[in-house]
Write a protein that binds this ligand. Structure first.
Ligand code: GLA
Length: 378
């Protein structure tokens, strides 16, 4: 952090006056349910995006992306998707500025330096982290506050309008609302949520396959349309309102049926996971995680050979309760729940075996559930 602040001083010749930060997220279970008004169970992770900033007297936003060694500028009076295709990273910030302005907030221009350690394109929501940190930075500079659910919606709209991915709200909500040592049971219909303690003695292990998501937006948007088609065929507002009996009664293409079956069963798995966590039954939590992966692989078809290999290797470790892909899929990370004393050995064994099997160098790191977005005035 001191490095970020001294970098700000070096770039702008004055000190930063605020430091906004927002974490990435990992989803324990409940995948592709959020845009079906369903349930999710994510946690904020110990990796975050930080923005050191100071307000400007004009409406200019100057952004320096320290990790990318790039910079770009935009004017709050003309917020548009990055004209410079090299600065697409700034679309998340532009989109947030546009959303805040549309919601009636009065924004001030900013000088800012962005830095983070959420790996990009690995399914840990580096984009939501940047969006939620941007909300915090604009809010602190403009001396207003934004309720977390509104912040999440503004981040989501930035993805839709400026990035072209019709994502749900899970990532932004997890980044905005995260609590230490808690996963969040979020009802994506009314956005109510309940913090659920992470199990004592077990560790959330993230395993990055080192394969970046590919063609994710088009395949994601296609899944979303298939879910909407299934809901329409059953005459319900969203798949949240459907069950397997209703699905059996309608005439829909097989692929649409499989997508809907995944979502209906995944919603049940989320609630069952919460019950198992509360009962301290980690074996059952692990089973549900494994079933979620199988469903994402076979019914929702968003897994990959590497994600399947990683999940298998994780599960074969002593002390591992279960493992599944986390996030949208198509590459990225798995999440596993592992007995705390067994974590180091599991990391070593899985890293070696995955490299031998795929020729890729994975990244495995344990995380605790972490605090959500916040800002500090300096
Ligand atoms: C991405 C999206 C989320 C959610 C997941 C899948 O992370 O941003 O809204 O749909 O995929 O669960």
């Amino acid at each position: 952090m001191t490095q970020l602040l001294s970098h700000f001083q070096a770039v702008y010749g004055r000190p930063a006056t605020l430091l906004a930060r927002a974490p990435g997220r990992v989803n324990l279970i409940g995948e592709h349910t959020d845009y079906n008004d369903g349930y999710v169970l994510p946690a904020a992770i110990e990796r975050e995006t930080c923005i050191a900033a100071a307000p400007r007297p004009d409406g200019i936003v100057r952004l320096v992306a320290r990790d990318l060694d790039r910079e770009t500028t935009f004017d709050l009076a003309h917020v548009a998707p990055a004209a410079d295709p090299q600065a697409t990273w700034s679309n998340y910030v532009r989109g947030v500025a546009a959303g805040l302005l549309a919601a009636g907030y009065r924004l001030r221009g900013l000088d800012a330096v962005i830095q983070g350690n959420v790996p990009v394109g690995s399914g840990l929501s580096s984009s939501a982290a940047l969006e939620m940190a941007s909300v915090q930075a604009f809010a602190a500079a403009g001396e207003f506050t934004v309720p977390p659910d509104q912040a999440a919606r503004i981040g989501q709209k930035a993805e839709h309008d400026f990035v072209g991915a019709n994502t749900g709200l899970m990532d932004q909500l997890a980044s905005a609302l995260g609590q230490p040592d808690r996963v969040l049971l979020i009802d994506c219909r009314d956005l109510s949520y309940r913090p659920v303690p992470t199990p004592a003695g077990a560790t959330i292990l993230i395993a990055d396959t080192a394969v970046r998501r590919q063609l994710a937006s088009s395949a994601y948007n296609e899944r979303r349309s298939q879910c909407e088609a299934a809901a329409a065929a059953m005459g319900v507002r969203a798949l949240r309102d459907a069950n397997l009996e209703m699905l059996a009664r309608v005439d829909v293409p097989d692929v649409v049926r499989r997508r809907a079956q995944h979502v209906i069963e995944e919603n049940d798995r989320v609630l069952a996971t919460v019950a198992a966590l509360q009962a301290g039954d980690l074996t059952q939590v692990g089973r549900l995680m494994n079933a979620s992966h199988a469903s994402l692989r076979d019914l929702y078809e968003v897994s990959s050979a590497e994600l399947d290999a990683m999940a298998e290797l994780l599960r074969s470790q002593p002390g591992c309760y279960g493992a599944r892909l986390t996030g949208a899929g198509f590459g990225g990370c798995c999440v596993a729940l592992v007995d705390a004393p067994a974590v180091d050995a599991a990391i070593a064994a899985v890293s070696a075996a995955y490299s031998a099997q795929t020729g890729l160098t994975p990244a495995l790191y344990p995380t605790r559930a972490a605090q959500g977005a916040r800002v500090e005035l300096l």
